[in-house]
Write a protein that binds this ligand. Structure first.
Ligand code: DHB
Ligand code: FE
Length: 284
């Protein structure tokens, strides 16, 4: 049986990827950001996951206004790095896990969640920046990754509650896979930020801190928070945080097990326009 051993949560600021790619990580502005992930890089090396199920959002790179899937699972053997306007980032391509992804699609769709099956998809900073933060600059990513894209760009976006319930269905799917795989689930994006309009630059540390507290201790209650609260409190792009509830819903305690251990917690402003938040939870 495959098992979810841990969940990882992190922001995906594109300028963080650029800082890494251009050798600027030691600059005073960026140094504190990367320092917050030093523990995490060693932790990931020690954990040696077999597969990472990575929940992220595409920013109109693989998808466009032509077709807007709410939830899309990447079932391909590999995924190229998207060109977001400056050429693809110089990072490894992503190796998928078609067999496990196909199994999850089968289970989750039969569990009443409508997933779009994606057999060809370039992955943008929503996926590659979390990989870079957690892995540094390797020749190849340490394990296969199943990209799971959520629409948080074009309204209507899914509710926190639906994301949380989907996490439960994903856990059930993974635990019914007949191979002893060590699987991690990552929830990415957020925290507070707004990139547009009169409130551009918005950061809300109080909201972000409470979100982290509740994600750890009261995910069920947090999942009931309506969409408008994200936008009002965390800014128009703060809605990316609903993706964290998918990863949290897949943890054992939600499904009758013991509470997870908080292995690492980090929060930092400034990093581009976004409050960087990061959490590692281990199942017990
Ligand atoms: C920034 C943050 C994002 O989540 C994103 O998708 C693009 C830009 C930023 O902070 O600049
Ligand atoms: Fe984003």
């Amino acid at each position: 049986m495959a098992r979810i051993t841990a969940s990882v949560y992190t922001s995906h600021v594109p300028a963080v990827g650029a800082a890494l790619d251009l050798g600027k990580t030691a600059e005073p502005y960026w140094q504190p950001v990367f320092k917050g992930y030093e523990f995490s890089k060693q932790w990931l090396k020690d954990q040696k996951p077999d597969v990472i199920f990575l929940v992220y959002n595409d920013h109109a790179n693989a998808f466009s206004l032509d077709i807007i899937p709410t939830f899309a699972i990447g079932t391909a053997p590999e995924f190229a790095v998207a060109d977001e306007g400056w050429g693809p980032r110089p990072v490894p391509k992503v190796i998928g896990h078609p067999k496990l992804a196909g199994h999850i699609a089968q289970s989750v769709i039969q569990d009443d969640f409508d997933l779009t099956i994606v057999n060809k998809m370039d992955v943008d900073h929503g996926l590659t920046v979390p990989m870079s933060l957690m892995c540094g600059q390797p020749q190849a990513w340490p394990c296969p990754v199943i990209p799971f894209a959520v629409n948080v760009v074009q309204y209507p976006v899914p509710s926190g509650r639906r994301c949380y319930m989907l996490g439960k269905a994903i856990r059930k799917a993974i635990e019914s896979y007949d191979e002893p795989l060590n699987v991690q689930i990552w929830g990415t994006g957020g925290m507070s930020h707004q990139l547009q309009g009169p409130r551009a630059g918005l950061i809300n540390k109080e909201f972000d801190t409470a979100f982290l507290d509740r994600l750890i201790a009261d995910p069920e209650g947090l999942s009931a928070m309506p969409h408008i609260d994200y936008v009002r409190e965390a800014g128009s792009e703060g809605i990316e945080l609903v993706m964290w509830l998918i990863a949290r819903g897949a943890m054992s305690d939600v499904n009758g097990g013991k509470p997870p251990t908080v292995r690492h917690r980090f929060y930092h402003v400034p990093a581009s326009n976004t409050a960087v938040g990061h959490l590692i939870l281990e199942n017990n």
